[in-house]
Design a protein around this ligand. Structure first.
Ligand code: MLT
Length: 314
């Protein structure tokens, strides 16, 4: 029996790996820990590649992947996949669109609460410094605050609903939905971006593309309230990183909760030096529940597309 080669380029949950391993007509190669040069060598035999955010499916990757029929994104975003390059070569790209929704929503709420109560600093003061100084940590409440949600898709609309349960005043901006999608859920809808800029807290949930890169920059931040809180658990670069840095430094932006960076891993990023930023290392999709489900769906999609049976979510 001829076997299909499926290369797993990034870390995915064991559940998906087991499916690949137990599939007779699949030869699966785990290449999550190899360097880029080795990956380019391995990828030449692949009919299907499974990737997360750490692998760029760029020109070099596609040129090396001479047998590739499909790229499976074990996640939502295609921003690290050269979609034009794929379609020129007849390579199908497909994602797993909803399995990490809740994980991303809950991380967003975590960052929001964490920023408002300055949680990491209060935690570190007691746990690491062994200092008990309650007077250092007067936070703010979500209750009654105006939250601007940019992007009302799978993730944005669930963030809005959770924020409502905190009795926040929630407003969304998304030119691609009918207003009733929000208003039916009791969420205010606006087509005027200025309304969003006037919120106390702003969170962004859009894909990264030409329209959304630097959507919030120096000019937009200048028009925001002093002391605004900004959250980004979507994609690095939706908030212009220089603008974010300068305005956090000046205090115009009081706090930011950031999970994603333009260049990852972001271990030397200037934002990490600022006291008023809570950061995580692109963990939006990282719950056991979501990673199990994503890896199972990605493995099944990979097998089906290797066999040429079907192309779900292509
Ligand atoms: C996504 O696009 O869903 C995530 O960024 C995937 C990941 O965590 O690698």
């Amino acid at each position: 029996m001829s076997k299909h080669t499926i290369v797993v380029c990034d870390h995915i949950h064991d559940a998906g790996l087991q499916i690949l391993q137990n599939t007779e007509d699949v030869n699966y190669v785990y290449a999550a820990d190899v360097d880029k040069t080795e990956l380019l060598n391995i990828i030449k035999d692949a009919q299907v590649a499974i990737t997360r955010s750490s692998t760029d499916v760029d020109e070099k990757f596609l040129n090396a992947a001479v047998n590739l029929k499909a790229v499976i994104r074990a996640g939502v975003g295609y921003d690290n996949v050269d979609m034009e390059g794929c379609s020129k070569r007849g390579i199908i790209a497909m994602n797993v669109p909803t399995a990490n929704t809740i994980a991303a929503v809950e991380l967003t709420m975590t960052h929001m609460l964490s920023c408002m109560r300055k949680f990491p600093y209060a935690h570190n003061q007691l746990k690491i410094d062994r200092v008990w100084k309650r007077e250092d940590w007067y936070g703010n409440e979500l209750y009654g605050k105006k939250l601007g949600v940019i992007g009302f898709g799978n993730i944005g609309h669930r963030v809005a609903l959770r924020a409502k349960s905190f009795e926040m005043d929630v407003l969304t901006y998304d030119p691609y939905i009918p207003s009733t999608k929000a208003t039916d859920l009791g969420i205010k809808y606006t087509t005027n971006f200025e309304d969003i800029l006037s919120c106390d807290i702003i969170t962004i949930h859009t894909p990264k593309n030409k329209e959304t890169i630097n959507m919030i920059g120096f000019e937009e931040i200048a028009r925001m309230k002093d002391g605004v809180v900004l959250i980004n658990c979507a994609r690095g670069g939706l908030y212009n990183e220089d603008a974010l840095y300068e305005n956090l430094k000046s205090g115009k932006v009081a706090m930011a909760g950031i999970d994603v960076f333009i260049k990852e891993p972001a271990i030397d990023h200037p934002l990490l030096d600022l006291p008023n930023v809570t950061v995580t290392a692109h963990l939006g999709a990282n719950t056991k529940e979501s990673q199990r489900e994503i890896s199972v769906q990605a493995a099944n999609n990979a097998i089906e597309s290797a066999r040429g049976i079907s192309y779900p979510n292509a």
